[in-house]
Design a binder for this molecule. Structure first.
Ligand code: C2E
Ligand code: CA
Ligand code: CA
Length: 290
């Protein structure tokens, strides 16, 4: 019966009106998911999730215009884990919103410290999951935080806006803006939202995903495509960020195509708060010296 239940679980997960057979592989897979799920809940409790920060650079001046907080799991046994190893399970467990809020709280604390140290970080970006944007308590919890107006930005996946008709989402988006939080669109061009719904949102920035950026050095078509996306941003007065910039050659093409902001390993990897402080401190000393 337990085995039948495992097969039933998988069948339900894959949709209605179907059957699944139990197998040892399925059992092992579900046991792994269950183990990771328990571990995530423990990790949240123990505050093992923390943000790494990746700077964003002005494409022309190469000044740091902000940092993006990216979740990492400091696992006691497995070491530092990237989102790919926990995001999906956290989402299924309905706790991704908790991780999002932990990242925001930590980023705000770090921001306050950087400010006190005189390290200028013009803005901090956090990723906001679909569930969090549907959370009726989101705004109440944001009001409890001491948000520096105009300094915080929420990166939302394009696919989220398909749901803008949802009254809770629409209200949350309105209130988010009233709180002085910018809205940026992540992975622009990979979802299925209409230009109209994007326009209504009046985002501050679009982020062009790495899958569009990587091929630009070898493919004229891909270069034109990125150029067209930049034009959409320009004609709407929305700043354009290119993500996953791995080489200076890509950076130079993107700059010529009119991208405003660059982010990627060519400039800086995501790093812990302390390392970012060193990074920003060094840059400050260099610019003071010149
Ligand atoms: P994203 O928001 O599109 O973040 C960009 C991802 O690309 C990050 O992966 C970053 O480390 C990586 N990256 C940056 N520059 C380069 C580059 O030059 N080359 C390559 N190959 N990769 C680069 P990461 O940190 O593993 O995050 C993956 C995704 O997980 C993020 O994609 C975001 O969707 C999600 N995520 C991360 N943190 C959070 C969070 O706190 N909350 C939520 N809801 N999602 C998060
Ligand atoms: Ca992002
Ligand atoms: Ca992306």
């Amino acid at each position: 019966l337990v085995n039948a239940d495992i097969a039933l679980y998988r069948a339900k997960e894959r949709g209605r009106n179907r059957h699944e057979f139990f197998s040892d592989a399925l059992q092992a897979e579900i046991a792994t998911v269950k183990r990771v799920a328990d571990d995530i809940l423990r990790g949240i409790e123990q505050r093992e999730f923390l943000p790494y920060y990746q700077p964003l650079f002005d494409a022309r001046t190469l000044e740091v215009v902000g940092v993006e907080a990216l979740a990492r799991w400091n696992h006691p046994v497995d070491g530092r884990l990237a989102p790919v190893s926990f995001l999906k399970i956290a989402e299924d467990l309905n706790v991704l919103g908790i991780i999002d809020s932990l990242m925001l709280e930590q980023a705000l604390a770090d921001y306050t410290r950087w400010d006190a140290l005189g390290l200028s970080v013009p803005s901090i970006s956090v990723n906001v999951s679909f569930k969090r944007l549907h959370d009726q308590e989101l705004i109440t919890s944001l009001r409890d935080l001491d948000l520096p107006a105009g300094k915080v930005s929420f990166e939302l996946l394009e696919s989220i806006f398909l749901d803008e008709v949802d009254p809770i989402v629409a209200w949350n988006l309105d209130q988010i803006r009233d709180l002085g939080i910018h809205v940026d669109i992540d992975d622009f061009g990979t979802g299925h939202a209409s230009i109209v719904s994007l326009l209504k949102l009046s985002p501050r920035r679009f982020k062009i995903d790495r899958q569009f950026v990587t091929p630009i050095t070898n493919s004229p078509e891909q270069r034109r495509l990125v150029g067209s996306i930049v034009e959409i941003g320009k004609s709407l007065g929305i700043a354009v960020v290119a993500e996953g910039v791995e080489t200076m050659q890509q950076a130079s093409i993107l700059r010529k195509l009119g991208c405003d902001i660059l982010q990627g390993y060519a400039f800086a990897q995501p790093m812990p708060a302390a390392e970012l402080e060193t990074f920003l401190g060094k840059r400050r000393r260099l610019s003071n010296a010149s």
